[in-house]
Design a protein around this ligand. Structure first.
Ligand code: C2E
Ligand code: MG
Ligand code: MG
Ligand code: MG
Length: 284
């Protein structure tokens, strides 16, 4: 009987492994194809001023289309892209598309910032500084309309290297946000060493802040920290009006989440900007 179970579990193991490898191969092929054809999709999620309800900008979020045209979540291919080295091409294409689109908003009369996610790995190897500089030049987007979102792991992994690059990027006039704040390991003394402009409270704290007093305490502490370091504060993952109201009362200036707007294609984002402007005009 033991032998039988052993054989069975071996079977299941190898089957799982095979499923895993097939999935990896599929994602890999799909990603390579998309990169070769410049076929990645960037969706935009609006960011709102929580007091005035103005749209202040948007975050670009990459999507990969599978062979039926359905979107694959970045949670299922960013890691692969990092491990395979495709992250450099991915990062470049997403950055360029985002800058092109922000330039279109600007030319249409909507001077809004676009935020682009950058993997820790992009601070090693191919120069991120050169990539950012050349894309800004190529797309003619003024640097003040670009923000890069990095995570704490990017700051810690190659401390010396990263700080130099972030400084060079900040010197260009691009702003820098620390994403998923509160989930990583960076010490507060580290935080002062980086030329940061924005702290983004991780969505896990926002999700739990109404039901769990510890999460609320953490959110409150992060907002106070950001204020005392003169950093802008953004809450992500706002799904309910309770969360929005609480965040606003705690002094959180900017918010993002399904309640306010889901990630959407470029044209829909253009509509959001147009509607926001029209609403503003009626009031004035
Ligand atoms: P992130 O940068 O922290 O982005 C926030 C994620 O939360 C996005 O997931 C967004 O769609 C989702 N989100 C926004 N509002 C809500 C909400 O109210 N509730 C919930 N439950 N989720 C919300 P997405 O688009 O699947 O992206 C996941 C992660 O993948 C991102 O987390 C980011 O780390 C990474 N990512 C996305 N695009 C890129 C990219 O172009 N380059 C790199 N390197 N990473 C990217
Ligand atoms: Mg982000
Ligand atoms: Mg985040
Ligand atoms: Mg994240």
């Amino acid at each position: 009987k033991a032998k039988q179970e052993g054989a069975n579990s071996y079977y299941y193991f190898s089957n799982d492994l095979q499923v895993e490898m097939t999935k990896r191969l599929k994602v890999g092929n799909c990603l390579r194809n998309a990169l070769d054809n410049n076929d990645l999709v960037v969706l935009y999620q609006p960011k709102y001023d929580l007091v005035t309800n103005d749209v202040i900008g948007a975050e670009g979020l990459v999507r990969l289309k599978d062979d039926t045209g359905e979107f694959i979540s970045p949670l299922n291919f960013i890691e692969y892209a990092e491990e395979s080295g495709l992250i450099y091409r991915l990062g470049e294409q997403v950055l360029e598309q985002s800058c092109i689109d922000a330039k279109k908003w600007l030319d249409a009369g909507y001077p809004k910032k676009v935020a682009v996610n950058i993997s820790a790995k992009q601070f090693t190897g191919i120069s991120l500084v050169d990539t950012v500089a050349s894309i800004l030049e190529k797309t003619k987007l003024p640097s003040r309309y670009l923000e890069l979102e990095v995570t704490e792991s990017a700051l810690i992994d190659n401390f010396e290297q990263t700080i130099k690059q972030l400084q060079a990027i900040a010197d260009m006039g691009v702003s820098l946000a620390l994403d998923d704040f509160g989930t990583g390991y960076s010490s507060l003394s580290y935080l002062r060493l980086f030329p940061l402009d924005v702290l983004k409270i991780d969505q896990s704290f926002v999700r739990d802040m109404i039901s769990d007093s510890q999460s609320l305490d953490i959110v409150t502490a992060i907002i106070d920290l950001a204020n005392s370091l003169s950093l802008q504060i953004v809450a992500e993952g706002i799904e309910t009006s309770q969360q929005r109201d609480k965040l606003q009362s705690l002094g959180c200036a900017i918010g993002q989440g399904y309640l306010l707007g889901k990630p959407m294609p470029f044209l829909e984002m253009m509509d959001v900007l147009t509607q926001a402007k029209n609403k503003g005009n009626i009031c004035t």
